[in-house]
Design a protein around this ligand. Structure first.
Ligand code: ADP
Length: 437
């Protein structure tokens, strides 16, 4: 207020001076000279303000805020000072906002999920590198474009247009096996956030679990049906021929044993998958272990096959029970899938690179090339009826695979349909591997 009156006073003082000089000139000469003086003085004042206005415009449009024109009247100096303060505050605020925005975007960039910011009816405004991978977005090409024009997919279009965002969309990316979970968060009428997550592995695990439960139920159904059939017959007091009775009892025992084997294999597999081993790894003389398994197999096989061993000293560090179970599974399979009279040769040796190798070779039915990659899948069998008839559970090679994973080993399968197979286990040797887990 005080300042306003001071400026007003200065202005009035200048007008009075000009008026006095004009009156003096009118008195000395004539009134026209006086008026001329007033006009010239006013023109000078206008020019001064126009020049200051132009300078202000230049200053406002220039980038250097600090270069304030100095030769100003007090009025303009005050205007410049105030504008300078405002501009400085504006620049500081803008810089702070830019820094904050950069920090937010940096945080969003680091999020493992794909994040896409859309505005004004699904126009793409920003996305993080993960979203770039999941949606195939490219900055220079896609910023400012409509989401559905960039990702032209019916399922996604329906989801976006449906406006029911409570449940996520599991989206199969066109032309790939990738399954992506998409969630949409609407911030306000103009802004929304798309959060995308690759759930391919998760979906695969769900499917595996589903298949596993279905397979186990299927495997248990037959023996259970047989057993409950016989139990029902016994309950109803059905007359059973005396010489059929032992056959029925044998059948019941076989089915119970089948369930027992299945449960045992499932437990072994589950222990292996959960890495549940309370024992310490130990030095294992593989030749001795294989030799003892061979002797046991000979007893079980009752001379139906020629079982021989080519064993040379080999030592590794590992879990004896697991390795025994892997070799036993391979030898049981070799016997199981080799017709009577065939031969099975098991060999054990230390390779030149220090690895320990155990091979089980048979001249049995062999396996077609296309089946080989799937043999270690749980419940995968080439010939289901033969496997079941000979006591197979479909889990043997899955167990072998897990034992090898525990011991950082490898499985090699060579086979030819009708000619025979050779399964080779390769482990790091005792001298190349101090601890296996
Ligand atoms: P199974 O209990 O059915 O033997 P495995 O997991 O041990 O289950 O083996 C999976 C499948 O691999 C078997 O069902 C069989 O078809 C095939 N297989 C395994 N070993 C041999 C072999 N030595 N010769 C021919 N086929 C084999």
């Amino acid at each position: 207020m005080k300042q306003r009156w001071r400026l007003f006073g200065q202005c009035l003082f200048r007008l009075i001076i000009v008026g006095c000089i004009a009156l003096a000139i009118s008195g000395l000469f004539n009134v026209y000279y006086g008026l001329g003086f007033v006009i010239v003085a006013l023109l000078i004042e206008v020019c001064v303000h126009v020049i200051s206005g132009v300078r202000m415009l230049e200053w406002l449009t220039g980038s250097d805020v600090t270069r304030i024109p100095m030769d100003q009247s007090e009025l303009w100096r005050k205007v410049f000072d105030r504008m300078y303060e405002n501009r400085k505050a504006l620049i500081t605020n803008t810089r702070r906002l830019e820094e904050r925005e950069a920090r937010y975007l940096k945080t969003l960039s680091a999020i493992p999920e794909g994040i896409v910011l859309v505005k004004n009816d699904w126009v793409l405004s920003w996305w993080n590198p993960r979203a770039e991978e999941l949606f195939g977005l490219r900055g220079e090409r896609h910023v400012g474009r409509h989401l559905l024009a960039v990702i032209d997919d019916r399922a996604l279009i329906n989801y976006v247009r449906g406006e029911q965002y409570d449940a996520p969309l599991i989206w199969q990316r066109p032309g790939s096996n990738q399954r992506i979970e998409i969630r949409i968060v609407v911030a306000d009428a103009n802004n929304a956030l798309i959060v995308a997550r690759d759930v391919t592995e998760q979906e695969r695990l769900h499917a595996t679990r589903r298949d596993f439960v279905a397979n186990v139920s299927h495997e248990l159904r037959t023996p259970l049906t047989v057993l409950s059939g016989f139990i029902e017959m016994a309950r109803q007091g059905a007359e059973i021929n005396a010489h059929i009775k032992p056959q029925h009892l044998d059948l019941m025992r076989d089915q119970a044993e089948r369930m027992q084997r299945l449960v045992d294999d499932l437990l072994t597999l589950s222990r292996l998958e959960m890495s549940e081993n309370t024992q310490e790894p130990e030095r294992i003389a593989m030749d001795e272990l294989v030799s003892s398994i061979l002797s046991e197999m000979r007893i079980v096989d009752k001379g139906m096959h020629s079982l021989s061993g080519e064993l040379t000293p080999a030592t590794l560090v590992g879990f004896k029970d697991e390795i025994r179970s892997a070799v036993q599974n391979l030898m049981t399979n070799a016997v199981r899938y080799t017709p009577e009279g065939g031969s099975v040769i098991v060999s054990c040796r230390t390779n030149a690179d220090g690895t320990v190798q155990v091979s089980v070779k048979d001249n049995g039915i062999g396996i077609k090339e296309e089946d080989i990659p799937r043999l270690t899948e749980r419940f995968y069998r080439v010939d289901k009826s033969r496997s079941r008839a000979t006591g197979g559970t479909g889990l043997g090679l899955a167990i072998v695979k897990h034992v090898l994973m525990h011991h950082k080993g490898q499985l090699q399968i060579e086979s030819e349909a009708g000619k025979g197979s050779c399964f080779t286990l390769r482990f790091p040797g005792a001298d190349t591997n101090a601890s296996n887990r």
